[in-house]
Ligand binder design. Sequence first.
Ligand code: NAD
Length: 283
Amino acid sequence: MTSPRSVAAALARRGRVVVASRRTPPPLDDDGRARVLVTGAAGLIGGIVRPALSGEFQVRGLDLRAGPGVDWVRDMRRLESIAPAFSGIDVVLDLAAVSSLSASWHEVRRNNVPATINAFEAARQAGVRRVVFASSNHAVGMYEREEPWASVVGGVYEGLDPATFPRLGVDVPVRPDGPYGVGKVLGEAVGRYYADACGLSVICLRIGTVNRADRPTTIRHFATLLTHRDLVSLLRCCVVAPDDVRFGIVYGVSRNMWRLWDVDAARELVGFEPVDDAEIWRS
Ligand SMILES: NC(=O)c1ccc[n+]([C@@H]2O[C@H](COP(=O)([O-])OP(=O)(O)OC[C@H]3O[C@@H](n4cnc5c(N)ncnc54)[C@H](O)[C@@H]3O)[C@@H](O)[C@H]2O)c1
């Protein structure tokens, strides 16, 4: 059987340094601001979201790796070790995962799935109000192999009208396009279970494309881009959404003219209104 350490080694091979510090951050203030824990805080999205939300909320970060914005250097696969980080938290933004589309079954089974389950279980044990789970568009990625979505992601727009082509809604059956997507579908199911069985408020975000460049770098991105500004807005909406939001799956995508997925569910559930359109980068 593979040990957690070997998955940590795999993460390290992907350029990530696993640090074993066990520093405990000072307790959170009781100043009326929502207390938010970001798992995977050392990653790309954590690095965008943490500074943007700090101020309005009290934000703490957790990651395998030490770095800016990481208060807890912990492995999400170790439930007992992460419990203190969840204590006193109102909302968890659960980003921790091997995020590569080429993640193997091994990485998904040994890291992503147990890390996701532990996020929900630690939240339940600590009495957290809401978990926002970073799912992915790859939960429904196989639709892109079929028309009209194959043409849209390929940038072949002839005969298509951006106002009328059928965008994928949150009601379509899941069709993951690899182990990474299967892990995200499992995470959504775990979230549904914790919402139904334990009363946890759960929002699953099928995030499109967030990249460092914050602009399209492939043709597909004109359909899938979620800009940093819209990402922060979406996550903020998820934190402040009313307590009666029990469970929902929404797409996280900017208001791109050729967006593949509809944002109606995000608008209705949490009031998300994306403002950016990837077309401004079309040359
Ligand atoms: N960036 C995107 O376009 C995109 C799209 C869809 C979904 N997502 C999801 O959003 C989340 C964040 O994405 P990102 O782009 O910032 O990825 P990232 O790879 O930059 O960051 C992920 C972070 O999670 C940490 N991590 C992994 N396993 C962990 C564990 N067991 N315990 C603690 N920390 C762990 C890593 O060290 C890393 O810092 C991921 O769940 C990813 O699957 C991202």
